[in-house]
Design a protein around this ligand. Structure first.
Ligand code: NAD
Length: 459
């Protein structure tokens, strides 16, 4: 488990052990043993499957490509999590991400466990035909442990609906006669994917921010004014004024979150900066996000990097170094690129008072503590970026029923589910001194402990 995740899970278990109102029927030594069992269950995955995919490249050479599937916990349902295609992905990272999936699904009441996969390649180094072979070999090597009621992969960094379509087709031919539509999610719509899946994570990221800062603060103003909670003071400080927003990462998650912010004109917020692997673009009066989205669609996902390119699309922006997005004087920073972006060596330079984690673990433990001690509200990954897995769940359901929702229905169901989680954790967050991440973890751990206890697994 990521050290941060492990530490917070342990703190949550320690707090629940002391809280006799939680599982009151479990007392004394039995209670201590039950909580020790929970620690061991949550800190280790159930299975780590590893293989070397044997691929015949187009140049005639044969390559053995390391690949993993980690199944962390399935107490709440089949394992669920993406397959990362990346040259730096490794077993430890995949284990970490699988454990985060267990907690994320528990938090949002999604009936799945936690899993994750990884294939150690840079997809840009392989032809389409080779990627097709790699994807199909992955399914061949792991087909025994995958399936709609066992373990349901989805896309992650470096993979998308194309790979999921290939993988589902391979699963179907390896397991003839078995249900196959729910074996992979994140497929193209024509292959049984859900409308809205591509935008789901970015929309969810923006929704958590909007709900906390605008809706919840407006509706619960009386309650917030009465508490002396430091985060309530931060939230109230944003009342009745337009906010400035910077977004790191302009891919699937970041570009959709930025577009949502740009289009929510009734909130009068401004997206003043966006960034990607090459640049930060800044305009104090607000950026033309639709024009930038259109540019990236025509340029392999990259933002403009020169004044000529900006002039061509009539976008006014200052070009800055890619890290500058983190240090701008803005109210809100949405992190939608990579892990470990805000860390102990740069946290002092971060000025935003609200951070929304679109990526997984973009803020390190030390930086998280520093920011939280200073009243910065961090909407954590486990809460903010769950839109993808929630809509994956809808895709899995639709595949079972062979009945499909409209895009509007998908987003309405998504917001309902995320609102329900926020309504559970936000009153606790503003009512006690813990950061929001800790409140979310306590909620997940409570759910998992209760289920495992009732399943008779905590001895
Ligand atoms: P993506 O590949 O579509 O986009 C990544 C973006 O980050 C690109 O704009 C890229 O240029 C930028 N980037 C890369 N390196 C950077 C750097 N050093 N500095 C600044 N920007 C950099 O990926 P995505 O699907 O948008 O995912 C973004 C993050 O969100 C990942 O960490 C992913 O694991 C996480 N996430 C994604 C989903 C999903 O449904 N896509 C769900 C949950 C979590």
């Amino acid at each position: 488990m990521i050290s941060q995740t492990r530490a917070i899970v342990q703190q949550s278990l320690d707090a629940l052990l002391e809280d006799q109102s939680f599982l009151p029927e479990v007392t004394g030594e039995t209670r201590k043993k039950a909580f020790t069992s929970m620690t061991s269950i949550l800190s280790t995955p159930n299975h780590i499957h590893k293989s070397f995919l044997r691929i015949l490249l187009e140049n005639g050479k044969v390559e053995r490509i390391p690949a993993f599937r980690v199944q962390h916990n399935n107490a709440l349902g089949p394992y669920k999590g993406g397959i990362r295609f990346h040259e730096m992905v490794n077993e430890e990272e995949v284990v970490n991400l699988a454990s985060l999936m267990t907690l994320k699904n528990a938090l949002h009441d999604v009936p799945f466990g936690g899993g994750k996969g990884g294939i150690i390649i840079n997809p840009r180094d392989y032809s389409e035909k080779e990627l097709n072979l790699i994807s199909r070999k992955y399914v061949q090597y792991f087909s025994d442990v995958l399936g709609p009621d066992k373990d349901i992969p989805a896309p992650d960094m470096g993979s998308g609906e194309r790979e999921m379509d290939w993988m589902m087709a391979e699963y179907k031919s390896i397991q003839p006669g078995l249900p196959y539509r729910g074996s992979f999610t994140g497929k193209s719509v024509v292959n049984g994917g859900s409308l809205g899946r591509r935008e789901a994570t970015g929309k969810g990221v923006f929704f958590t921010f909007r709900y906390l800062v605008h809706d919840f603060v407006r509706d619960q103003k009386g309650f917030l004014q009465k508490t002396d909670n430091v985060f309530a003071k931060t939230a109230l400080g944003f009342e009745n004024r337009p906010l400035t927003i910077a977004v790191q990462g302009f891919g699937n998650v970041g570009s959709v979150a930025a577009l949502e912010a740009h289009q929510s004109t009734h909130l009068q917020n401004k997206v003043v900066a966006v960034s990607d692997r090459n640049v930060t673009l800044y305009n104090a009066d607000g950026l033309d996000i639709p024009a930038l989205v259109e540019f990236t669609m025509k340029n392999k996902g990259d933002l403009p990097t020169t004044d000529e390119q900006l002039n061509d699309i009539e976008v006014t922006a200052e070009i800055q170094d890619r890290e500058e997005v983190l240090y701008l004087d803005v109210d809100v920073l949405m992190l939608a690129a990579l892990e470990d972006q805000v860390h102990k060596d740069n946290v002092e330079k971060v000025k935003a008072k609200i951070i929304v984690e679109g990526a997984n673990a973009p803020v390190t433990t030390e930086a998280d503590k520093h920011l939280s001690d200073n009243g910065v509200i961090i909407i954590p990954d486990i809460l903010a970026n769950a839109g993808g897995v929630i809509v994956s769940y809808f895709e899995w359901l639709q595949g079972r029923e062979t009945q499909y929702y409209t895009e509007e229905q998908v987003f309405n169901h998504l917001y309902e589910k995320m609102k329900s989680t926020m309504d559970t954790v936000l009153p606790l967050f503003f009512g006690d001194p813990f950061p929001l991440r800790q409140n979310c973890y306590i909620h997940s751990v409570m759910k998992l402990s209760t289920v495992l206890y009732r399943q008779g697994k905590l001895y």
